[in-house]
Design a protein around this ligand. Structure first.
Ligand code: URA
Length: 193
């Protein structure tokens, strides 16, 4: 058990997995403790490891825009990643890296106490499902079917959404992604008020 600053310094000096070997910097989560919503990305990119802050680069701009379409303010949310270190270029997370890093996310949940967890993209969704012992679909390709559908687990609502980085290369995803983020906003209005 620790506080936010202690957790951040543990993350910055972490060497629990091989991602520590080539990083310029690990990126702890940030935001208001007590935030209602906790956003979970996959892993920081280069812009984030240089600035030491999650969702700092282009993906962050997309995310702020998409959340805005749902009436959600990025800076009201706790922002973090499944992996706190960047992946090699074009790399995907490995389960051993996810297992090594999950205790940090667990600690963030304890410190922030959000009501709603929003995993962004396939890997964050799989990681959160693993953390809560929810059986994962057989195929990765089935995960997008979970986007926009709330899961009620323990005291949390888990609301998976697509990762904004997917929009960088696939502009056809813009409209369906905007719809899902707007749906999230409607969910917050109608289900929780
Ligand atoms: N930046 C982050 O902090 N996380 C991502 O998943 C992508 C970009």
């Amino acid at each position: 058990m620790c506080d936010v600053e202690v957790l951040a310094s543990m993350i910055k000096s972490c060497n629990r997995c091989d991602l520590a070997l080539n990083r310029k910097g690990a990126v702890p989560g940030e935001g208001p403790t007590g935030a209602r919503i906790l956003l979970v990305g996959q892993a920081p990119f280069d812009a984030e490891q240089i600035n030491g802050r999650p969702f700092w680069g282009v993906t962050g701009s997309f995310l702020r825009y998409l959340l805005g379409r749902g009436g959600v303010k990025f800076y009201d949310c706790w922002r973090t990643n499944l992996l706190k270190c960047p992946l090699p270029r074009y790399g995907r997370p490995k389960w051993r890296q996810v297992y090594a890093c999950l205790p940090y996310l667990k600690e963030e949940l304890r410190l922030v106490r959000p009501g709603i967890i929003v995993p962004l993209g396939k890997w964050a969704t799989k990681g959160i499902m693993h953390l809560f012992g929810i059986p994962r679909p057989e195929k990765n390709s089935m995960i997008p079917q979970m986007f926009g559908k709330p899961l009620y687990v323990e005291d949390y609502i888990i609301f998976p959404l697509p990762h904004p980085a997917s929009l960088i290369y696939r502009s056809t995803l813009w409209n369906p992604t905007v719809d899902l983020f707007e749906g999230f906003g409607e969910f917050l209005l109608h289900e929780l008020n």
